[in-house]
Design a binder for this molecule. Structure first.
Ligand code: MN
Length: 390
């Protein structure tokens, strides 16, 4: 199973524009870049609306994810179109949208316009999206070479966008993915300034996403920074995929279940048995006994507490964070009186509990203890809308 191990995102106005009309969304499992266009503040409204609608997450349902993502793009398009016809300052506004949704074994892309998605795997950069642009269509028709297209004065004219029409036809693409795959979503402010070979060079030179992301923006600015630049990088990791990992999680979970009661009984025996044998204690007056008893109780409590602590850290549960996002927590769902929590966040999904039907919301609210694989699996099922309503 895949999940997002780390991500880094950055948007920059560039060297020549006064405002930044790009927008992005970066919350696992959904990542997106939108590049708005239109006079006054219309471009920002268009890209911001697209990203906002996307951030609500894909609607639950039994349809395949690509269909539901396309639906979401349709509703964003309808909303932007509505805003553009209701206000003449916003007439004709539009935005590109390139979004990637991370599934169990695949990444599903939905794409309109000339922002791009690349996959970096084992030292190779592969472009996964086709630009919906005038020059790229001319290249497809054999009327321009890719080299001519790269420097064509009209290379920023796009042939498909969210907003200008009542409906839009997005490209959808499902690509098999695996742990260590690195995905790059970017606006044309990067790709029109920095050749692909140079993007690959930056990704090859560092494994650190923040360093790479900043370097890409810096290169675009160094090349002139004619447009707003947005980069979203996310790296996948495989979790609980191999049989050994599954077995390990099961073992940890079993230990956790049995460990809690064990220290109280089994640990008591050796400590109590050892105490009378100690020569110094044998000759002590009766009055000392309560003192030794107190020490034993403290020792016992420490043993029980550390056993319980270790046990609590080997289990996981699913809940929701302060903002309502469904989250996998490591530990147990309790807080000690001093405000010490016995859990910490392990993985936060982009799915809000408010989007779930009541039965699924209750499942999340139960805080049932699980193995990591189980907890991830539940969140996955909620994200993909595949969890049957009991
Ligand atoms: Mn742009």
């Amino acid at each position: 199973m895949l999940r997002v191990g780390e991500h880094f995102e950055r948007t920059d106005t560039g060297m020549q524009r006064r405002v930044n009309e790009d927008a992005f969304h970066a919350r696992a499992p959904l990542f997106a870049v939108a590049d708005g266009m239109g006079g006054a503040q219309a471009g920002e409204v268009a890209s911001g609306t697209a990203v906002e609608i996307l951030s609500a997450g894909i609607p639950a349902g039994s349809e395949p994810v690509d269909r539901r993502l396309a639906e979401l793009v349709q509703s964003a398009n309808a909303r932007i179109h509505e805003l553009s016809v209701s206000d003449e300052d916003r007439a004709g506004m539009g935005t590109t949208l390139t979004a990637a949704w991370v599934g169990e074994k695949e990444v599903v892309l939905v794409h309109v316009g000339d922002s791009r998605c690349y996959r970096w795997r084992e030292g190779h950069l592969e472009r996964l999206t086709d630009d919906h642009s005038l020059v790229e269509e001319m290249v497809r028709q054999g009327r321009l070479t890719p080299e001519e297209a790269a420097i064509h004065p009209q290379r920023s004219i796009i042939t498909r966008a969210l907003g200008p029409e009542q409906t839009v036809v997005p490209d959808t693409l499902t690509v098999p993915a695996r742990g260590d795959d690195l995905f790059l979503l970017c606006s044309d402010g990067l790709t029109s300034m920095v050749p692909e070979a140079e993007i690959a060079e930056v990704l090859a030179s560092t494994g650190d996403l923040e360093t790479a992301g900043r370097a890409l923006v810096d290169r675009a600015n160094a090349a002139g920074g004619k447009d707003n630049i947005t980069v979203v990088l996310f790296r996948l990791e495989g979790v609980g995929t191999s049989a050994e990992e599954e077995a390990e999680m099961t073992r940890l979970n079993m230990d956790a279940v049995t460990a809690a009661p064990v220290p109280a009984t089994a640990a008591a025996a050796p400590v109590a048995a050892r105490a009378p044998r100690a020569p110094r204690e044998a000759g002590k007056k009766r009055g000392w006994r309560p003192g030794i008893g107190t020490v034993l109780i403290v020792v016992l409590l420490a043993v029980v507490a550390s056993g319980a602590y270790l046990a609590s850290q080997a289990v996981y549960f699913v809940g929701s964070d302060e903002e309502g996002f469904v989250t996998v927590y490591q530990g147990i769902p309790y807080e000690l009186p001093a405000g010490i929590s016995l859990y910490r966040e392990d993985y936060s999904s982009g799915l809000n509990i408010g989007q779930l039907p009541p039965a699924q919301r209750r499942t999340v609210g139960e805080h049932q203890m699980r193995s990591l694989a189980d907890a991830n699996d539940l969140v996955r099922q909620l994200e993909t809308g595949r969890l049957g309503v009991p």
